[in-house]
Design a protein around this ligand. Structure first.
Ligand code: MD3
Ligand code: FE
Length: 217
């Protein structure tokens, strides 16, 4: 029962929590649209299946990936890059669903980045044990735009380091519906995801899905 002042508010959502200059956590921001996002993930991954990419060093990534939008992030023995086509099918990546683009635009604006129009959305699927070691996102052709990340399913420990690789990372537990925005002075911060713990999520079972929206060109 609420007092009526906020009857128009969607789901429980707290104001952005600034964790570093240019970096904000929007806890619960995606809760009103989570089911729409997940149905869109299912449609995208039916056309462009999740797969384990190989790194230039020859390791198979524990996170399974797919993409939608004009450009998709891919990795193989020759390197990391953005490509307009899915190398599995040779066809363009599925279009960015409207609910994806709208959520990314709203989240970026909430964190102070107006007019964010991502041309790439990477879909990451974690199963227990899957992780992302500390890295920077620097394959994009522009560093002017922020990155928006949406967490769905099982919670994960997100590692947020500094601009130097040796900076000891802070740890944040990201839950279903949480959105994070990273831009400006935080755009090149090191970050990663600790190995996913076992668990059971009501909608996604033993998995976590992360959507990463970027301006690649
Ligand atoms: C902090 N994925 O795919 S994006 C990735 O949970 C990746 O799957 C994370 O890192 C995941 O590259 C979520 C989080 C993120 C993205 C860009 C950043 C954090 C960032 C840029 C600067 C600082
Ligand atoms: Fe990253």
């Amino acid at each position: 029962m609420t007092l009526g002042l906020f009857d128009d508010a969607p789901a429980p959502y707290a104001a952005p929590k600034v964790i570093a200059p240019g970096a904000a956590l929007l806890r619960g921001f995606a809760l009103g649209v989570d089911e729409a996002l997940l149905q869109a993930v299912e449609a995208v991954t039916a056309a462009a299946p999740l797969r384990h990419l190989v790194t230039p060093g020859g390791y198979t990534m524990s996170v399974a990936m797919s993409n939608c939008g004009a450009l998709g992030w891919v990795s193989d023995r020759s390197g990391y890059r953005y490509d307009a086509k899915d190398p599995l099918s040779g066809k363009p990546w599925p279009a960015m669903p409207a609910c994806f683009a709208e959520l990314a635009l709203r989240a970026a604006a909430e964190a102070g980045f107006d007019n964010f129009r991502p041309d790439a959305c990477l879909i990451n699927r974690y199963e227990p044990g899957a992780r992302l070691s500390l890295h920077q996102d620097k394959d994009e052709g522009t560093m002017d735009a922020p990155i928006v990340s949406v967490s769905l399913g099982l919670p994960a420990v997100f590692l947020f380091g500094g601009l130097n690789r040796g900076d000891k990372p802070a740890r944040y537990r990201l839950q279903h519906g949480d959105v994070a925005v990273w831009g400006g002075p935080s755009r090149l911060a090191h970050h990663g995801v600790a190995p996913l713990a076992q668990g059971e999520h009501a909608r996604l079972g033993g998995r976590r899905i992360n959507l990463t929206f970027r301006r690649a060109r």
